[in-house]
Each structure stands twice: as C-alpha cells, then as structure tokens.
Design a protein. Structure first.
Length: 105
C-alpha cells in the first residue's frame, strides 16, 4: 500500500467514523428531542443546541458569514437555532448556508 493510498484510507475511515457518530447521536436525540438556549455573545446573541443535557452545537456567531459577528438580536438567533433543529430532525447536516443565515437577520 502506498503512502497516498494509506492516507486516503485513513481519511475515508475518519469521515465514516464521524458520519456514524453524527448519525447515531442524531437518532438518539431524535427520540429525546433537541433544546435551544439563547445567550449573550459580545454585543449580540448566540445559541446552543442541546440534547439530553449536553450541548451539541455552540454557536456564538452567525454561521456561514465571514468574520465573528454575533446575531444582532434574540429573535434572529432563535430563528437560526430553529432552522438548525429542523435540519437535525430531518436528518440533514445542521450547517446553515449563507442564504439561510442571511434570512434569519
């Protein structure tokens, strides 16, 4: 096995392990539900997504947008957290696109 093949195999294995962990945690949380907690972040707001008393996503800044800018108000942070929870419940990646993040503002 060449070094290049070995590296590819290791990367593929790591990706599969991460995907399996996310899937199993998502299925576990789907049964128990997700929680959302809003918090002050700098001069704005951020959110945590929790499952079974554990924070699974800590988001102090607006995701997908450049820089480290918190949400301008509680309402926009709540809307983004709701979108993330919706994606998790439907088995999608919780990452928000630029368009989705901007729609929360």
């Amino acid at each position: 096995m060449t070094d290049k093949t070995r590296v590819r195999a290791m990367v593929a294995g790591a990706i599969l392990a991460a995907a399996a962990a996310v899937l199993s945690y998502t299925l576990l949380c789907h049964n128990y539900g997700y929680s959302r907690r809003l918090f002050r972040s700098g001069d704005g707001w951020g959110y945590d997504i929790g499952c079974r008393n554990s924070v699974v996503i800590h988001q102090p800044f607006i995701p997908a947008l450049p820089g480290e800018m918190p949400f301008p108000d509680r309402k926009s942070a709540r809307k983004a957290a709701g979108m993330v929870i919706g994606k998790l419940r439907s088995g999608e990646s919780p990452a928000l696109s630029v368009e989705e993040a901007e729609s929360c503002l």
